[in-house]
Ligand binder design. Structure first.
Ligand code: SF4
Ligand code: SF4
Length: 593
C-alpha cells in the first residue's frame, strides 16, 4: 500500500484549512498492525461536518479496538484540494496514513443526508474508482454504504456492493470480519458478497431477489453496546466541538413527519450509572470543555433530572459546560431549570395551529407552549428561536398565518413578564419533505410554485412585526432532497449525469445548482413530479425492499389518524404496538401494551 505523504505535503500549504487532511489528532489509535484488514470510512462532506458525527466516531473507535482491523478516515476534500489533486494526478487518500482509497480492502460511505449523493461520486471520481459496482473488478475494494439514508437505498444502490441497513455498531464489525475471512480464503468478490448477505441488515443489490426483504439491524442491548469514550480531538474547530453523551436510542413521541423518530424505534435507554461512567471517562480521555447530551428527544429520558443533577457535579468538578440541545416542550420542566447556558431558547412547534399540530402528532397545545415559555422567561431566557415547517399535509393558509399569531403571543407573554422589554424572536421555516418509514411516506410533496406562494404568505404575515427575524429554506433544494428521499433506482443514472455536469457539495447553498439537477432529470426523461408524487395505500414503495421493523400497516393507521387530526399517545405513556415489539424490547414498555 503506497503512502502518498511525500506528494501531499507540499500541497498542504496551498489549501485552506490544511488540518482537514493532516490527521494526527489526539487519541489517534495505533495503526501498526501488519496483518490487519484495512478499512476506510468515508464521509462525503468536509472534515468539520464529518468529524461532528457521533456514529462515525463510535464505529471508528470500535473498529480500531479490534486486534486485526485498521479503520482510517476520508472526508470530501474542499474544491481547493480537489484542484491540487487533479493538477498533480494524485488519488484521494486517507487522513491517517495517506493511502489511496482504491488500495483499501473495503471502503464504507456514511450517507447521512440526501444532499450528499453527488459527493459520493465526487469522492469515487477523485479516488479513481469506477462509479458502478458492476464495473469494478476484483482489484477494487468492496464498497459499502451505511447511515440513515439507507432507509431508502434505491437511488444510490448501484454504486455499492453492499448496503448496511440499520444500526452499525455490531453489523459493521461482523461484516468486515466476513469480508476479511473471505479474502483470506481467496474467495471471489461474488462469493464474499453471498456470505455477507446472510448477515442481518445486509443488502447486496447485485444479488437481491425481487420480493426479498432486508430486515434492519438493531442494537438490542444498548446498555452493554460497545462504548466509545476515546473520541478523536480535532485540531481545528468543527461543527460540534464537544463530547457527546447518548442517553438512549429511538424516540417515542411519534411525530408523524419524523423519519428519525419512526426508523430508530424502539426506545433503548442507558442507566444513569453507565452514563456517568461514560461521561467521566470521555472527559478524562479528551479534555473537551463541553459536553452535550445527545439523543433524539433528550428531555424525555426517563431519569433526566437525576442524570443532569449528577452530571452537574461531574461538570463542576471537571470544569466543563453541559449543554442540552434538543429539548421538546413536553420535557421543558425537567431539563430547563438545570440548563447552564441561559439566554437563547430553541424549540420546534413545527406548525402554527393546534389542528395542524394534531395532524403531525406534535402533541402540544398553545396553552402548554405559552406556560412553558413563561417559566423559561422567568428563568432568564431573553431570546427564542422557533422552528416550523411549511407544506405539511392538510395545511391551509390559516395554519400559516397561525405561525405569526403564535409568534406574536409569545412576544406578548415575554413583554408582560420582562416588564415591557422586547423579546428577540427568530422564526425559521423549513419545507416539509415526506420521508420513507413515516406515516406521511405516501403523501405528495408540494410543488415549488405552491411552496413559493406559501413563503410569500408567510412574509406578508410577518410584515411590520418588529424584533422578529424570519428565515426559510430554499424551495429548490427541498425539491431535490424530496426526489432523493422517496425516489427509486432510476435516480442512480440521474445522480451520475448531474455529477458529470458539475453537481457536488449540494448541501452547500453556494455550490448547489438547481439547473444541473433539472437538466439531468430531463436528459434521462424524468421530471421532479415523477418522484415527489403521492402513493396509494397498497402501492409498492421503492423502499419496501427494507423491513424497518415498524409495521407498514401501523404507519398507514397513523397516516389515517393524521388526516383526521387525531393524536396518538407518546410511547412513554404506553406501547402503541408499532411492530418493533416483535423484534426488540423497548426500555419503557418491554413490548407490552
Ligand atoms: S420528538 Fe418528534 S421530531 Fe423529535 S425525534 Fe422524536 S419523533 Fe422526531
Ligand atoms: S414497541 Fe411500543 S413502546 Fe416501543 S416504539 Fe413501538 S409503540 Fe413505542
Amino acid at each position: 500500500m503506497k503512502n502518498y505523504e511525500k506528494e501531499l505535503l507540499p500541497l498542504l500549504g496551498e489549501v485552506e484549512k490544511p488540518a482537514r487532511y493532516t490527521g494526527g489528532e489526539f487519541n489517534t489509535p495505533d495503526m501498526n498492525k501488519p496483518d490487519a484488514f484495512n478499512f476506510c470510512i468515508c464521509f462525503p462532506d468536509v472534515y468539520e461536518i464529518g468529524m461532528s458525527n457521533l456514529g462515525i466516531s463510535i464505529l471508528y473507535q470500535i473498529l480500531n479496538s479490534m486486534p486485526d482491523m485498521v479503520c482510517e478516515r476520508c472526508f470530501a476534500p474542499w474544491t481547493d484540494m480537489e484542484r491540487k489533486l487533479r493538477e498533480n494526478n494524485l488519488p484521494l487518500f486517507s487522513v491517517e496514513r495517506k493511502i489511496a482509497l482504491k488500495d483499501f480492502d473495503a471502503v464504507g460511505f456514511s450517507v447521512q443526508y440526501e444532499m450528499l449523493y453527488s459527493n459520493i461520486l465526487y469522492m469515487l471520481d477523485l479516488a479513481k474508482i469506477p462509479f458502478y459496482a458492476k464495473d469494478r473488478g476484483e482489484e477494487y475494494p468492496i464498497l459499502i454504504a451505511g447511515g440513515p439514508c439507507t432507509v431508502n437505498p434505491e437511488p444510490f444502490k448501484k454504486f455499492f456492493d453492499i448496503v448496511e441497513v440499520g444500526e452499525g455498531e455490531y453489523m459493521l464489525p461482523e461484516l468486515l470480519e466476513e469480508i476479511k475471512r473471505g479474502k483470506e480464503r481467496g474467495l471471489s468478490k461474488t462469493e464474499i458478497l453471498e456470505n455477507c448477505k446472510k448477515i442481518e441488515g445486509i443488502y447486496v443489490p447485485s444479488l437481491h431477489v425481487k420480493g426479498e426483504k432486508v430486515k434492519k439491524a438493531m442494537v438490542r442491548d444498548f446498555e452493554n453496546a460497545p462504548d466509545a469514550t476515546r473520541p478523536l480531538v480535532p485540531n481545528i474547530e468543527i461543527v460540534h466541538d464537544r463530547a457527546c453523551l447518548e442517553l438512549y436510542l429511538g424516540c417515542g413521541s411519534g411525530c408523524r413527519f419524523c423519519q428519525a423518530g419512526f426508523y430508530n424505534r424502539g426506545i433503548r435507554e442507558r442507566s444513569v450509572s453507565k452514563l456517568l461512567k461514560t461521561a467521566t471517562e470521555t472527559i478524562e480521555n479528551t479534555g473537551f470543555d463541553e459536553m452535550s447530551l445527545s439523543s433524539l428527544s433528550t428531555g424525555d429520558y426517563s431519569h433526566i433530572k437525576e442524570l443532569v443533577e449528577k452530571l452537574k457535579i461531574v461538570a463542576d468538578e471537571k470544569r466543563i459546560k453541559l449543554s442540552l440541545p434538543s429539548l421538546r416542550l413536553s420535557s421543558f420542566d425537567g431539563a430547563l431549570a438545570m440548563n447552564s447556558r441561559k439566554s437563547s431558547l430553541t424549540f420546534a412547534p413545527e406548525a402554527g395551529s393546534e389542528r395542524l399540530r394534531d395532524v403531525i402528532n406534535k402533541n402540544v397545545t398553545e396553552e402548554e407552549i405559552l406556560s412553558a415559555l413563561k417559566e423559561a422567561f422567568a428563568d432568564g431566557y431573553t431570546s427564542v428561536k422557533l422552528y416550523f415547517m411549511l407544506g405539511l399535509p392538510t395545511e391551509t393558509d390559516d395554519d400559516i398565518r397561525g405561525i405569526g399569531v403564535l409568534a406574536e403571543k409569545i412576544r406578548r407573554t415575554y413583554f408582560e413578564i420582562a416588564h415591557n422589554k422586547k423579546l428577540n424572536v427568530s422564526v425559521s421555516c423549513s419545507v416539509f419533505i415526506p420521508k420513507p418509514v413515516t406515516p406521511f411516506q405516501w403523501c405528495a410533496q408540494i410543488s415549488m410554485e405552491e411552496m413559493e406562494r406559501k413563503q410569500q404568505l408567510l412574509r406578508d404575515t410577518f410584515k411590520g412585526m418588529k424584533g422578529v427575524s424570519l428565515s426559510w429554506h430554499d424551495a429548490t433544494t427541498s425539491a431535490v432532497e424530496g426526489i432523493f428521499a422517496r425516489g427509486d433506482e432510476r435516480l442512480n443514472e440521474v445522480i451520475e449525469e448531474a455529477y458529470l455536469s458539475g453537481a457536488k457539495f449540494d448541501g452547500w447553498s453556494e455550490c448547489f445548482n438547481f439547473d444541473v439537477w433539472i437538466n439531468a432529470l430531463k436528459k434521462k426523461g424524468y421530471t421532479i413530479g415523477d418522484f415527489n408524487k403521492e402513493f396509494k395505500e397498497n402501492d409498492e414503495l421503492p423502499w419496501d425492499v427494507i423491513d424497518p421493523c415498524v409495521d407498514k400497516s401501523y404507519l398507514w393507521r397513523e397516516h389515517e389518524k393524521g388526516m383526521r387530526a387525531e393524536r396518538t399517545r407518546n410511547c412513554r405513556e404506553g406501547c402503541n404496538l408499532c411492530g418493533i415489539q416483535k423484534t426488540t424490547k423497548c426500555t419503557i414498555c418491554g413490548g407490552r401494551k
